[in-house]
Each structure stands twice: as C-alpha cells, then as structure tokens.
Design a protein around this ligand. Structure first.
Ligand SMILES: [Zn+2]
Length: 256
C-alpha cells in the first residue's frame, strides 16, 4: 500500500463514520480504529524503506543472477575508509559509498581515492542529523544539493544515487529526491555493524541473508566493519557470488 492510497482510504473511512454518526447515531469511538491503523501505516511506511510507502526505493537487484552489491554509509572516514578500500582491492571487489556531505571537508583525498579505484559514490545528505526527517522540501533539497556540490568539486561528477539517513523516508524527502532526479537506494541485508553485536553475530546475520541480487548495508566507521567485510568477501568468493557496484546490480546510472 502507498501513502496516497492509505490517506484516501483513511479519509473515506472518516466520512463514512461521520455519516453513520449523523444519520444513525453511531458512536464516534469508531474513529479510534482507523486512526490507529493509519498511524501504524505511517510509522511502518516511514521506518521500513522496503515498504516503498512514499515512493519507490531500490532494495535489491536481479534475484536470479548470483550477484550482490556492498554499500558503506556515513563516510568518508579518515581512519576506516582507506582500510575498507584496501580490503576491497585485495578481493578485487567494487562497492558504493554513501557519503555525508559534512564529512568530506578534510577527507577530499579519500573521496577522490574512492572514485579513482572504480567505486561509486552516493548522496547520504549533508548533515545526517537526528532531526533530518523533520525537514521540509526545501530543507531536503538543500541537504542533497550541498553534498552534491561538495562531491562535484572533488570528483567532477554529479551523483544520482541517494540513501536516506537511517533508511527513513518521508513525503518531503521523496519529493526532494525526485525533484533532483535521484534514485532512492535501500538495502536487502542490514548488517547492524554499528550496534554492540559481536562480529560473529554480524557475519552470521549477513551470511544467512545473502541471496542473489542482495544489497548489503555497512558503515565505514568502525574496525568491526572491516572484519565483517573480510568475512563477507570470503563468503561471497566461496559461494560463487560476484560482487558488483550498486549501479551495475540495478542497471541504473550512478552519475548524471
Ligand atoms: Zn547513515
């Protein structure tokens, strides 16, 4: 179900209850039920990117070919991104880095290295603030544009892949994304590499969920991710999975 159809059904239900109240003396307590259902749908649709509630998000590729894509959010990071890059190079694997605009300053060389080594770069907003989802349309457009300009100044390319912070979508975020011609990218496998979970739990979670067409979500922000990445790369090699960039997995363009 999409946001528009949920909203329409909600208002129709409210009208029906209103008419029943006016003409048949029905109790207004009936309003509670559609209210709760609607609120639940709004929360679920915002939090679960795979629901495609406010608009389409790419969360997996071709489910027949044994190809997967790896993605790293929240960089560039001075300490960990270079280690991720050298690990990927050891396995001859390409990945996609969804960068936070404010992290680019001082890390331009790393951003350039991501690009020159053949990986793709996507937009992950400028501030990645906890309150980013309360921004209006103009606020989201500014978040995307600022990061786009920062990346363009370093690599001379205009990104077209956008991963919403925390995977949360809102009507304004989706509208800003489509206005600026971005494709929203979700994931199939969330590694939860930023949680307190042990390395073993993280790698078991990834390995049990990997399937053809999967997009795996990591963060280039901790040493645990580097260890989990090494194990995922070995697992992919041992199980004949080819690792490709997200743009190749989804057959879309990473840049304008
Ligand atoms: Zn993030």
């Amino acid at each position: 179900m999409t946001f528009n159809s949920a909203r329409n059904k909600f208002f129709i239900t409210l009208c029906i209850i209103g008419l029943l109240y006016l003409f048949f003396d029905a109790s207004l307590w009936w309003l509670v039920l559609p209210g709760v259902v609607y609120l639940t749908l709004i929360i679920y649709g915002s939090a679960i990117i795979q629901a495609n509630f406010y608009g389409p998000a790419y969360c997996y590729g071709n489910t027949i070919k044994k190809e997967i894509a790896l993605s790293f959010d929240d960089g560039p990071n001075q300490e960990y991104t270079p280690q991720i890059l050298s690990t990927l190079a050891n396995y001859n694997a390409l990945a996609t880095f969804f960068v936070i605009g404010k992290n680019i300053e001082g890390n331009e060389k790393i951003l350039k290295q991501i690009d020159t080594e053949g990986h793709s770069i996507g937009n992950h907003t400028y501030t990645h603030s906890y309150f980013v989802d309360f921004k209006n349309l103009q606020g989201f457009i500014q978040e995307l544009n600022q990061t786009e300009e920062s990346v363009f100044r370093v690599i001379g390319k205009r990104m077209r892949l956008f991963r919403p912070p925390y995977g949360v979508t809102t009507p304004h975020l989706v509208k800003a994304s489509s206005t600026l011609n971005y494709n929203i990218i979700g994931w199939t496998v969330r590694s939860f590499d930023t949680t307190a979970d042990s390395l073993q739990t993280i790698t078991r979670r990834i390995e049990t969920q990997i399937q053809p067409g999967a997009i795996v979500l990591f963060h280039d922000t901790s040493d645990k991710t580097i260890q989990a990445l090494k194990q995922t790369l070995s697992f992919a090699r041992d199980n004949d999975y080819k690792i490709v960039g997200i743009e190749q997995l989804l057959a879309i363009k990473a840049y304008q």
